[in-house]
Ligand binder design. Structure first.
Ligand code: PGA
Length: 244
């Protein structure tokens, strides 16, 4: 199965989102073998899920709190994401880890909460440039994946997103992607009991229609998590077609 997910981050407002969705549904009709998702900001979830879910496109939250409700000003819970039309949630994006202090311990709770509310977690992992230069890439990925030892198995997608490749126009080299994805697959096999659901591993970080076909040709690359290029419906539709 191939997966292409748009991460809109803190971009777009109502009119732009509506125009994007109208344009996108005229360009793609996801068939069997491909899953397409959009992760809009919280304020656009209702609108986007109303327009896209009937067309077979999934909607993801960009984050979700581990508690179902309560005094957590500024947070959104997993049942609220479901209520707004989400079928999944991005967890552990590097911007959340870097700028909002998201920890592996918090992420283990969030993954379990997502399952409890029937949301598919898309767990993002990746090393910083400093960690790569220090030769610590696989150690960091292993640490970030180790939460799965605590959560146990469940429906899950993983995105390998080297922090230095996000929003920089500097995509990871094929050999770097291949090494990371092979390691992630081996770790998933080690941490999750055999015979359980096969977790798709997506690549993210400066994915464009120019670079995506090469990535899709690599073993263990099931698709992409796309930021910048996902804000243009023509480019995003092109990525979906390449993965189809
Ligand atoms: P980018 O973002 O495609 O703009 O590099 C990817 C992401 O942050 O998920």
């Amino acid at each position: 199965m191939r997966c292409v997910v748009a991460n809109w981050k803190m971009n777009l407002a109502t009119q732009e989102a509506r125009a994007f969705c109208d344009d996108l549904v005229g360009r793609i009709a996801p068939g069997p073998g491909i899953e397409v998702g959009i992760a809009p900001p919280f304020t656009l979830l209702h609108l986007v899920s109303g327009l896209l879910r009937p067309k077979g496109i999934q909607v993801f939250g960009q984050n979700g709190h581990a508690e179902p409700k309560g005094a957590f000003t500024g947070e959104v819970s997993m049942p609220q994401l479901r209520d707004a039309g989400c079928s999944g949630v991005l967890l552990g994006h590097s911007e959340r880890r870097q700028f909002f202090g998201e920890t592996d311990a918090a992420l283990a709770k969030k993954v379990k909460a997502a399952w409890q509310w029937d949301l598919l977690p898309l767990l993002c992992i990746g090393e910083t440039l400093e960690q790569r230069d220090a030769g610590r890439t696989l150690e960091v990925l292993g640490q970030q994946l180790s939460i799965l030892g605590e959560t146990g198995p469940g429906p899950l997608w993983v995105a390998y997103e080297p922090v230095w490749a996000i929003g920089t126009g500097r995509r990871a080299e094929a050999a770097q992607v291949q090494e990371a994805h092979a390691f992630i697959r081996a770790e998933l096999n080690r941490l999750l009991p055999t015979g359980t659901y096969q977790v798709p591993i997506l690549y993210g970080g400066s994915v464009t229609p120019e670079s995506f076909p090469e990535l899709l040709g690599l073993p263990e690359v099931a698709g992409g998590l796309v930021g910048g290029a996902s804000l243009d419906p023509r480019k995003f539709a092109e990525l979906v077609k390449q993965a189809s």
